[in-house]
Design a protein around this ligand. Structure first.
Ligand code: FPP
Ligand code: MG
Length: 322
C-alpha cells in the first residue's frame, strides 16, 4: 500500500474531501479561481495530510471538524509560495506559470494575501480556539523571519548553524505545526503532542535538505522548476556549504556563489564542482538522520494505519523526486 492509500484508509478517504474543499475555498471569486486553480492542481498536500493523519491518529473525527483547518494549512502554504515566487522572481511553480509571471508582482501580492485571509476566515468560522490560532500565527511569523533572514544574506555563505536556523524557520516549523495542530485538535495528551511535533520537525529538516538537493540535481520535468534556482537568486544551501568545505575547487566555487550575479553557465560549473565532492551523500546522510529522529518520536499509541502512513511519509521525504 502506498502512503496515499494508507492515508485514505487511515482518515476515511479524507483526501477526496480535501481536494473538493480546496476548490470551494478558491471558487468564491472568479478571478481568484482562474488565477489559483492551475496552481492548486499541483502540490503534494503534505501539510494538510500530516495534520489529518495526526488528528485522526487515535480515532476518526468527522471531516467537518478537521477539514477547514486542513484546507487552511494548504492555503497558507500556497500563499507563502505565491509570495516567495514574487521575491525570487520565479517563472514556474508546480509545473505551471507563477502568478507573478502571469499577472505581475502587484496582482500576485494580492492573490497571496487573499489566500492567506481566506485561510484565517476558515479557521475563525470553525471555532478552533486560541491555541490553534496562536500556533498558526507563530508559524506564519516564523516563515516570514526565515524568509527575511534568507533575503538579507543573499550571496553570503552561511555557517551550518545559520543554515539550520533558516530551514527550521522556513520549513520545519510549518511541518511540525501541522502535526502539533492535529494532535491538539484530537486532544491527545501533552507527551503525545510533543512527540508528534518532534516527528514533524525531523521530517521538516529532512524535507528542506532534500529540497535543496533537488534544486541542483532534480529532474526539472518532475520538480516543475528549473535547476539552480536557489543559487541564481543568491541562496546558498547545504550542497554548496559542504562542497566549499572540502572541494579542491573551493576558491572558484566561493567566487562564483558570492559574485552577486550567477549565470546559467555558473550553475553548470557549480553543479560539476559539487558532484566532484561527497556533498550529495553528505546531504542525504543528514536528511536520513533527521528522518530517523522523526521516526523514533512516533508515539506507540497511534492507530496502525496512521503509524504506517506517517512511516511511509518519512520514506517518501528522502526518496522523493519532486
Ligand atoms: C519556498 O522556499 C518558500 C517558503 C518555504 C516560505 C516563503 C515565505 C514567505 C514568502 C513569507 C510570506 C508568508 C505568507 C503566508 C504570506 P524555497 O524558496 O526554498 O523553495 P522553492 O524552491 O520551492 O521556491
Ligand atoms: Mg523560492
Amino acid at each position: 500500500m502506498n502512503f496515499v492509500a494508507a492515508l485514505n484508509e487511515a482518515t476515511s478517504k479524507n483526501l477526496f474531501v480535501l481536494e473538493e474543499q480546496i476548490r470551494q475555498a478558491i471558487a468564491e471569486d472568479p478571478f481568484i479561481y482562474e488565477a489559483c486553480a492551475p496552481l492548486f492542481k499541483g502540490g503534494k498536500r503534505l501539510r494538510p495530510m500530516l495534520f489529518l493523519l495526526c488528528a485522526n491518529s487515535q480515532k476518526n473525527f468527522p471531516s467537518e471538524k478537521t477539514m477547514p483547518l486542513a484546507v487552511a494549512l494548504e492555503l497558507i502554504h500556497t500563499a507563502s509560495l505565491v509570495h516567495d515566487d514574487i521575491i525570487d522572481t520565479s517563472k514556474k511553480r508546480r509545473g505551471v506559470e507563477t502568478a507573478n509571471s502571469k499577472y505581475g508582482a502587484q496582482i500576485a501580492v494580492l492573490i497571496g494575501d487573499y489566500l492567506f485571509a481566506k485561510a484565517f476566515q476558515l479557521v475563525a468560522e470553525n471555532n478552533y480556539g486560541v491555541a490553534v490560532t496562536t500556533i498558526l500565527s507563530k508559524l506564519v511569523k516564523n516563515l516570514c523571519v526565515g524568509e527575511i533572514m534568507q533575503d538579507r544574506s543573499l550571496y553570503e555563505i552561511p555557517t551550518l548553524a545559520e543554515y539550520y536556523t533558516r530551514i527550521n524557520l522556513k520549513t520545519a516549523i510549518f511541518l511540525s505545526s501541522c502535526c502539533q495542530l492535529g494532535a491538539i485538535v484530537a486532544q491527545m495528551d501533552k507527551r503525545e503532542v510533543e512527540n508528534l511535533t518532534a516527528y514533524g520537525t525531523g521530517l521538516g529538516l529532512a524535507f528542506q535538505i532534500i529540497d535543496d538537493l533537488l534544486d541542483f540535481f532534480g529532474d526539472e520535468k518532475i520538480t516543475g522548476k528549473p535547476n539552480g534556482g536557489d543559487l541564481k537568486s543568491g541562496v546558498i544551501t547545504l550542497p554548496v556549504i559542504r562542497a566549499l568545505e572540502i572541494s579542491e575547487e573551493s576558491p572558484a566555487l566561493k567566487k562564483l556563489v558570492t559574485s552577486g550575479a550567477v549565470t546559467n553557465s555558473d550553475i553548470d560549473t557549480a553543479i560539476k564542482i559539487i558532484r566532484n565532492t561527497d556533498a550529495v551523500d553528505y546531504c542525504r546522510t543528514r536528511a536520513e538522520a533527521h528522518i530517523e529522529s522523526a521516526r523514533v518520536n512516533l508515539p506507540i499509541t497511534l492507530k496502525t494505519s496512521v503509524a504506517l502512513a506517517l512511516d511511509q511519509i518519512a520514506d517518501f521525504i528522502v526518496d522523493r523526486t519532486r
